[in-house]
Design a protein around this ligand. Structure first.
Ligand SMILES: Cc1cc2nc3c(=O)[nH]c(=O)nc-3n(C[C@H](O)[C@H](O)[C@H](O)COP(=O)(O)OP(=O)(O)OC[C@H]3O[C@@H](n4cnc5c(N)ncnc54)[C@H](O)[C@@H]3O)c2cc1C
Length: 502
């Protein structure tokens, strides 16, 4: 990931004074390490991702952001940008540099009900967007955990419960307002600065600070949703039911799943407290439609006999609250991928590894390993933006959650080991699983990128792996908008023509 912090000088007391002066006529706050609000600014979803910034700025406008960015550029200071603070790789933190904390004062959402557009400030959380849109009977594709930030999640692609119907989050972006490395404030859309718009839709954390996102919203009714818990003995039947619902089939009308773009499920191993230490299969299920149809779609799961069944009709924003926020643990989210149909033995093998890990590290008992399932047909059909990971594969997730720093290494190793198990599975069984629909078992997709979602922090992959064939075009655009590579913390892009040290 980015490694420039060590080549930059640290923030001094003089920097704090000068920035206070530069921002004195604005509503921005400059927070030094001993000031009120500093701790909140450096706070992250995963405690393991926190770093002590030299100072934090809480801007209230794009112009405030521009002053901070220009100052950092002109004074050789490292710069980090915090949206929702959910990166577990530390990509929104800086050790001794300037932190732009968008979340503190830039979370406003304005709903344009005539055009069904959502104008959202760069530090908003998905809960802000979901609630504001729902008040007008609208929704857009957004994160499945409401306290994630719109910033990082959108700029890296974005999957949500409505992806089966409306694609990725970036398939619903209409325009951006971005503060560039030189302090200029630029708007981009398909019509205006189209290259920048393309780059922001998938590799967006590399090109500036995006202070406003405009999303297309869609009329939205209540949703059939809830959590079911199954005993591990149900794995065989569950795998069969999931394969039936989410397997991509080749049909005369093109690729289709039985979920027809309306269902999404997160299925994984967890040890929920009521299970008293037993590993259970947790399934969050969402059906975008009326109760009767939802019940019919999930009937095969009800037939298995869940130990807990909380399925109900509910307001759309609550679909993104099925997974508890769990702020303040240590975590090292790690992405993986899978194809459908799932192979039952692989699911058993993952359970064995999960149980073994938690037996040796009880501090990590809240860890989760999960398979995400939805209808990928819409996502696969589009070619918008610089996101290079579209296809008929699915994201899976290895997420150790622990509390003691002394367990960092063990928990990260577990994440890596399990992710490698997923890689091996997709490489050995992917072609058979996908029925050749994705052109074989290659661990690279159609754009030459690894089948891994960059926003699920990867350890071993590099930018070219994540951006695939789009990387050279991104380098060109980077040379135009951020030639000195100021924005370099997550899958950094070497500007075209720049020396390797940049
Ligand atoms: C509990 C949990 C649930 C998740 N669920 C989903 C999900 O449902 N769908 C999905 O697609 N992903 C999901 N993710 C992954 C998520 O997309 C990433 O963690 C993402 O980085 C979160 O964005 P953030 O703004 O909260 O993070 P941050 O840590 O604030 O930022 C992440 C990166 O984006 C940059 N950034 C943030 N805001 C801006 C901005 N306005 N302008 C420029 N750069 C910015 C930061 O500098 C950093 O490089 C989840 C992650 C977690 C931890």
């Amino acid at each position: 990931m980015g490694s420039m912090a060590d080549t930059k000088r640290l923030v001094t007391a003089d920097d704090i004074d000068r920035l206070r002066q530069l921002l004195s006529d604005t509503d921005a706050e400059v927070r030094g390490p001993s000031d009120t609000g500093y701790d909140k600014s450096i706070d992250r979803w995963s405690k393991a991702a926190e770093k002590p910034a030299g100072l934090a700025i809480a801007p209230a406008s794009a112009q405030d952001v521009a002053i901070a960015v220009k100052y950092a550029a002109e004074n050789g200071l490292d710069l980090a940008v915090k949206g929702g603070g959910h990166s577990t790789a530390g990509a929104s933190s800086t050790d001794g540099g300037i932190l732009i904390d968008l979340q503190s004062k830039m979370r406003k959402v304005t709903v344009d009900t005539e055009k069904n557009l959502l104008h959202v400030q760069g530090g908003a959380l998905w809960s802000d967007v979901d609630e504001a849109a729902w008040n007008h009977g609208l929704a857009t594709v957004g994160g499945t955990v409401a306290d994630t930030g719109i910033g990082g999640l959108t700029l890296g692609g974005g999957y949500g419960v409505l992806s089966g119907a409306h694609g990725l989050v970036i398939d619903n972006t209409v325009s951006f307002e971005t503060v560039l490395a030189n302090g200029e404030v630029k708007r981009s859309s398909k019509e205006e600065n189209a290259d920048l718009f393309w780059a922001l839709n998938g590799a967006g954390q590399n090109f500036g600070v995006t202070t406003e996102f405009v999303f297309q919203a869609h009329p939205q009714d209540k949703i059939y949703m809830g959590t079911m818990l199954f005993p591990a003995e149900a794995i065989s039947k569950l795998v069969a039911a999931l394969n039936e619902l989410y397997k991509v089939n080749e049909t005369p009308q093109g690729p289709q799943t039985k979920s027809l773009g309306r269902a999404m499920s997160l299925v994984g191993f967890a040890k929920p407290p009521p299970a008293e230490g037993k590993t259970m299969v947790l399934m969050n299920a969402v059906f975008d439609g009326p109760e009767e149809e939802g019940k019919k779609m999930f009937q095969p799961f009800f037939d298995i006999g869940p130990a807990v069944n909380e399925m109900r009709m509910d307001a759309y924003p609550n679909a993104n609250k099925l997974v508890p926020a769990m702020y303040g643990m240590r975590s090292s989210m790690k992405g993986a991928a899978h194809m459908m149909p799932l192979r039952e033995q692989f699911v058993h093998d993952i359970k064995t590894a999960y149980d073994g890990f938690i037996d040796t590290c009880p501090d990590a008992a809240l860890s989760v390993v999960a398979w995400e399932l939805y209808d990928p047909v819409k996502v696969a059909a589009s070619d918008e933006g610089s996101f290079a990971n579209r296809g008929y594969h699915f994201n899976s997730l290895v997420m150790p959650m622990w509390s003691k720093a002394e367990n960092d290494a063990q928990c990260r190793q577990f994440a890596r080991d399990l992710s490698n198990m997923f890689k091996k599975e997709i490489s050995e069984h992917g072609a058979k699983a996908s029925g050749g629909i994705e052109g074989g078992a290659s661990v690279r997709g159609r754009k030459g990128a690894v089948l891994l979602y960059g926003n699920y922090d990867q350890y071993d992959e590099i930018s070219k792996d994540v951006y695939g064939d789009n990387y050279p075009r991104l380098q060109k655009i980077k040379a135009q908008y951020d030639p000195k590579n100021m924005f370099n913390k997550l899958f950094a892009i070497q500007p075209e023509g720049a020396s390797a040290q940049l």
